[in-house]
Write a protein that binds this ligand. Sequence first.
Ligand code: PEP
Ligand code: MG
Length: 874
Amino acid sequence: NKMVYYFGKSKTEGKGKPKALLGGKGLNLAEMTSIGLPVPPGFTITTEVCDQYYKAGKQLPSGLMDEVGKAIKKLEKELDKKFGDDSNPLLVSVRSGAAVSMPGMMNTILNLGLNDISTEGLAKATKNERFAYDAYRRLINMFGDVVMGMDHHQFEIAFDKIKKKYNVSDDTEVPAEGLKELCEAYKEVYKEHTGEMFPQDPVAQLELSIEAVFGSWNTDRAVKYREIEGIRHLLGTAVNVQSMVYGNMGDDSGTGVAFTRNPNTGGNKFYGEFLINAQGEDVVAGIRTPQPVAEMPKWNRAIHKELLEVKKTLENHYAEMQDIEFTIERGTLYMLQTRTGKRTGIAAVKIACDLVKEELIDQKEAVMRVDPNALTQLLLPSFKTTARNAAEVLCKGINASPGAAVGKPAFTAEEARERKDAGEDIILVRRETSPEDVDGMSAAVGILTSTGGATSHAAVVARGWGKCCVAGASDVEIDEKKKRLKVHGQTLGVNDVISLDGTTGEVMLGAVETQEPKLSGDFAKLMKWADEYRTLAVRTNADSPADSKRARDFGAEGIGLCRTEHMFFEPDRIIHMRSMILAEEEKDRRQALAKLLPFQRKDFEGIFKAMAGLPVTIRLLDPPLHEFLPHETAAQKEMAAELGVKASDIKKRIEALHEANPMLGHRGCRLSITYPEVLEMQVQAITEAAINCGKKKIKAHPEIMIPLVGTYKELALLRGKVEETIAKTVAAKKFEGDLDISIGTMIEIPRACLTADEIAEHADFFSFGTNDLTQMAFGYSRDDIGGFLPDYLEQEILDVDPFQSLDQTGVGQLVELGVTKGRSAKKALKIGICGEHGGDPSSVEFCHRVGLNYVSCSPFRVPIARLAAAQAAI
Ligand code: PEP
Ligand code: MG
């Protein structure tokens, strides 16, 4: 297989090749070259080579360096420079680039090709000795760090000595002479720590660097990043070798990072930052605080204009917002990278809608462009206006990623992780973040940095995650050792609460009250388009009128699961539930149930009203009874006093209800088999509520759902009881109008899937309870999986938590079988899902594929499910 793909004026080999082969960066360099943008020429080594490298026990495949050699020859010809030359040397950068972007996760080596001779050559060619030796010292430093694994600090000591000698404090003030000395010193440091001389042969430098980039694919931080991002099944990274251009050749040079549109808001305005007289890494690392590109015309109007042209060319080519890196060398613009820009959920929605308006994409494409999970960011909290107006603003940084975060500062990634695991809300406070911090960043509710800009590591990563981030708050002085921060004379420690506003960049003292977000017009537009394409209905899991209302506002088309047990926990109700459980005689149970009935009826009426005209699936009592009783002695005593019984009797009853495996015990329909009076009360309440609504001309469509059915006989028997109770209630109320009540079952026991045809004979509908189904199919206790899940994920036994994303290979087969068998007995059987998976995009896609009629999920996830359902249908 071809291992190396050249891009340049003479030839662009990678155009249109798969991203999986060339990586994102490699492919885009080829694409940009082919559409005539000014890209410094170079070549890409494929991800297949990375795979071969690991398969061969970390050995570069034979023949690779020959192909690399040929590509170098082509470069030398195109640029009329020579590798290692003493008058006009070719210099290259070596960078990683996987198929999925992993910002700052992997290694980069710049200025490769410099040695004692070619550095003099560079000095001659550029007529700038200082520049040449500065480039050389950077190479030795980076090569030491990245290829030889040296500690950056070792070089810093040497640099400090030189600065002292020349009596300067800034790197840029060291004269050429000093940098020459520094290169000698660096070579010594290098030799001392690696036991080898710094390699003078550029080809040897290149070979070692290629290996180092491949090696960086499996560093802890890269592995961790892929784990957090759920990036799997990639061959490895590609290596991009590209001729160098310099942004640090003087005040007519510079470098920058930009987005073709605003990645926070989606606004169609070129957005980014640049630094004059600097190399690209200086911007990303956040060492110096750059200027916004809007200021660029003051410095160089022509380049700014050219960049706006580049924006147009790129957006027309990719029909997508791009994230670019560029360098200006002595007044000439070069494009170093382009990729699809990461953006907030808000920006994603706006950009998708705007691109439709600009006729770059159609509605269908717009629906496909937005990651359903990113919608959570549109549903993110912000600060209440009154609260934030009253809040004490400590300082202001860059509004790097929107949202509102309230928490206590932690000063290292580890501390953030530990304290978060102990239950605290944490704001990670760092000078700047680096890839090593990703775990702590993921643990934090918000991130605050004191240097760097809107394109620094912290900003890019936080934005990708939809996490609130304020960057570059330069008034914040951080003392990591003493675990405190100082801002305008105030000192705050680990127990002081701060609030971050990622939308304005403000840092506030104390916990500022937050509020739920409002949805934009573009959001509504996108949702409307999504609704046009999807065929799956989206319902919600809700058990109160308030939740039902919220879910309807989010577009829910009914309730797929109302867990009636949640209604029993309120203080004025639980008491009756408990006395029902304690009762020994049916008569006493009925008495207690009669007291619960009005509560249930009222709730149901409220829900029917909120869902007027839409179906409401109500599940009969499901959990084991012990869940309603107190387990602490003090609480048992309290309950005894309230009910006027002996505490010892309560204890006895609790002991009697004790089960070794309560989730496999006396719960679900088994309760109704033993205590039919519970079913009767609930069905009576539902029927009366429906009648009351009918009288008020509110359409109610209750669907009574019997849980945990494993054999058709359970359903047949209980269905009979439900029908009997409905008839009795109607007669007692002398109601003569129409009632639309259907009776169905949950399919959540594997045997129910296997015998779904028998069960369907007695059901008007099925609803898959994939929580229990997953529990029983895997044999993993839903409540105890935390004990081993992390090991299972880490050792890649599981790709994801099967309680979050449906296991399509295994549990999915049961679902499919249940659908096929159920519909074989009853063709028009209505089937849905109400397990947690109903709001998970990939599970929604599965539900669409196997022909369900609807998914049901928590109110907050309804828009996510709507969009996911549309994407599944397109
Ligand atoms: C289920 O099992 O998937 C379900 C929705 O019911 P619960 O989670 O209440 O057991
Ligand atoms: Mg269940």
